[in-house]
Write a protein that binds this ligand. Structure first.
Ligand SMILES: [Mn+2]
Length: 500
């Protein structure tokens, strides 16, 4: 099944096939409720040349190994010297991916009862197949609902783009606050949600993914990874991550296996507590999807496939924003489609992963940037959130990431001034000459979440974004839930990341 490379690679491929068979045996044992450590031992048998500590270093060893890595800003897109690699061999990434796949194929997602509507096809859980490889299975994106008890604390992290130093600095702060120990969450009320764009544009994407998957494996169902627009094989092929993997591991780098984990990440996560929900996603609104059956389901953790996006059908219900703002309505009519996603970007993009929001409340309800995606304004968002709410569970706001400008622009300036967590539509219009009153923006350590608000979280600083926009801090954002939505808060702290 993997024998499709040049003849010179066949011995390597044969070893991989043997490992797949060993893995399958271990998978069966796991289904028989055998303990996870057996799985790790199994992976080590297949990779006997390296020690267990090299495959799965403890957190402190991992932190020290990553501290040796030159910063993205210093490297300027070049690879770090190979002798400095924190994971010398691909087997480490392979082992943590296997554990991730095991949790997808044996965990909550694998049960048909956890899916609202039809569950995915069997091919979805067969990691030797993919929607983009030779052995095909359909592209089957989905969204997830996850309920946490009132009084929970949920870390939210924006774009990482291969910035391992910021990720480890954030984890270090969480450890200082007594929420974590090593890779393990110690506070039973604590959860972590990462909002996508883990790799590309920075050259430590392998280390970022390894860290995220170690967190997920150590804390099942407490660490949730959302799918960003860069969790797409066509983007990682173009924006650096596959080249990074090949530079680091040569023929050992199994790109097909690495990108397969994207398919187990939800395009949006409806995080609820009591009868209130916030939409957590990388991009933005997706009016073609109706999440109400998912929100109404009794389950605390449930999944719903995005079989079809019916944007035109949504627009035909004539939302007031498209009528009162004629230009916005005409633009929406031009760009909205009814379609079945064949990939994250075809025949049109999935809005949860790609869309944007206006900065000022006086801007249009809807516009389109043909080089990127659609941009939603306040009036459209307010109504879409109402339309997408269930009577028993209301979607109160959106928290997302997806920043992309390496140069100061209205939103990047405000993100930096807001200490990394910016609430849209605080100002009516852009002040002349780029001068804005920082005192007019919310910058506090604890912020209320108004009904219908949209928040953008900043991109990590060891990147062209941090360099171009002149910031050196990562932001630690913790969502605090309560029984009454008026008491939900965003706690916002910054942590300095040493960058040159
Ligand atoms: Mn993005």
């Amino acid at each position: 099944m993997w024998i499709d490379g040049p003849v010179s690679e066949y011995p390597v491929r044969f070893v991989h096939c043997a490992q797949v068979w060993v893995q399958r045996g271990i998978d069966r044992l796991l289904r028989m409720k055998t303990l996870l450590p057996l799985f790790v031992v199994g992976s080590l048998v297949g990779a006997a040349r390296i020690t267990a500590a090299e495959v799965m270093p403890d957190f402190e060893a991992w932190r020290q190994a990553c501290a040796r890595l030159l910063q993205n800003r210093v490297l300027g897109g070049r690879m770090a010297p190979r002798e400095r690699l924190p994971l010398p061999r691909f087997e480490s990434i392979s082992a943590v991916l296997d554990a991730h796949f095991a949790s997808a194929t044996n965990g909550p997602m694998s049960r048909a009862s956890a899916w609202v509507g039809a569950p995915p096809s069997p091919g979805f859980f067969d990691i030797t197949r993919s929607w983009h490889g030779r052995s095909r299975t359909p592209f089957e994106p989905f969204v997830q609902k996850h309920l946490v008890p009132p009084g929970s604390k949920v870390l939210l992290q924006g774009d990482l783009h291969g910035d391992i130093h910021s990720l480890l600095a954030v984890i270090g702060r969480l450890q200082e606050k007594g929420l974590m120990q090593g890779f393990r969450i110690t506070d039973p009320r604590f959860y972590m949600v990462f909002l996508g764009d883990y790799t590309d544009r920075g050259v430590h994407g392998i280390e970022v993914i390894y860290t995220l998957l170690r967190l997920q494996v150590a804390n099942p169902e407490r660490v949730l990874l959302v799918r960003g627009n860069h969790e797409d094989v066509s983007l990682v092929a173009r924006y650096g991550f596959l080249a990074e993997g090949q530079a680091k591991y040569g023929a050992d780098f199994d790109a097909a296996k690495v990108v397969r984990f994207h398919d187990f990440l939800p395009a949006a996560l409806y995080l609820g507590s009591g009868s209130n929900v916030v939409q957590l996603c990388h991009g933005g609104m997706e009016p073609g999807f109706d999440p109400r059956p998912l929100l109404q389901s009794e389950r605390t953790n449930a999944f719903h496939r995005i079989v079809e996006l019916r944007q035109k059908a949504y627009l035909a219900t004539q939302p007031a924003w498209a009528q009162s703002d004629a230009a916005a309505g005409a633009e929406a009519a031009k760009w909205f489609r009814d379609f079945q996603p064949q990939s994250p970007i075809s025949p049109s993009v999935i809005g949860f992963m790609w869309n944007d929001f206006t900065v000022f409340s006086g801007e249009t309800a809807f516009a389109n940037n043909p080089e990127r995606a659609s941009i939603y304004g306040k009036a459209a968002v307010t109504q879409i959130l109402q339309t997408q709410s269930a009577s028993t569970m209301r979607v109160r706001g959106v928290i997302r990431a997806h920043q992309h400008s390496g140069m100061p622009n209205p939103i990047m300036r405000r993100l930096v001034a807001s200490r990394g967590a910016f609430r849209h539509w605080q100002e009516a219009a852009e002040p002349p000459g780029d001068r804005f009153d920082v005192a007019a923006l919310e910058t506090g350590a604890s912020r209320a979440i108004p009904e219908g608000s949209v928040w953008t979280l900043n991109v990590s600083p060891d990147s062209v974004y941090g360099q171009g926009n002149g910031f050196t801090f990562a932001t630690v954002v913790v969502l605090q839930t309560a029984a009454d939505f008026a008491e939900w808060r965003l706690s916002v702290e910054t942590v300095d990341v040493p960058v040159k």
